[in-house]
Design a binder for this molecule. Structure first.
Ligand SMILES: [Zn+2]
Length: 147
């Protein structure tokens, strides 16, 4: 398997700004690995994708909360920090959306198709209703594709 060049990521900072509007409280919470894996499996099945394993890892120098690796082996890592943690539902769904987007569309990292997938997951799993997500997307100039 050859390694692909990194995909462009034009909406990254707009997406992070959008998520900061609701993520702060979640970063104080932690869910067990088994619960997050079950949720990831459901989200993958919802979109008809391969399941992806979730791993807990210690902090990263980049100060990420979580990361999706296309692999092989494909996996999602969730990080832990002193006061905040990525081991919660919205960070998990953010990373699962990367997996789904990469498997089905393979566009840009936080591009309009990824945004459509994450909007569906946030709405379905009751993190942010679609209407509120669309309002925030407008505010932070995040484009959402019609899928
Ligand atoms: Zn991301």
């Amino acid at each position: 398997m050859s390694k692909r060049a990194p995909l462009s990521d034009p909406q990254r900072y707009q997406v992070y700004a959008l998520e900061n509007e609701f993520l702060k409280a979640w970063l104080q919470t932690r869910q067990p690995l088994s619960q997050l894996q079950t949720l990831a499996d459901k989200a993958c099945k919802r979109w008809g994708c391969e399941l992806i394993p979730i791993r807990f890892k210690p902090n990263t120098p980049e100060e990420l909360y979580g990361c999706f690796f296309e692999g092989p082996p494909a996996r999602i890592e969730l990080y832990n920090k002193k006061r905040v943690s990525g081991r919660n539902i919205p960070v998990l769904l953010h990373e699962v959306a990367h997996h789904i987007e990469s498997e089905l569309f393979d566009e840009a990292s936080h591009g309009p198709k990824w945004a459509a997938v994450v909007m569906d997951l946030y709405d379905h799993y009751k993190i942010v209703p679609e209407g509120q997500f669309r309002k925030l997307a407008k505010k932070f100039k995040v484009k959402i594709a019609k899928l």
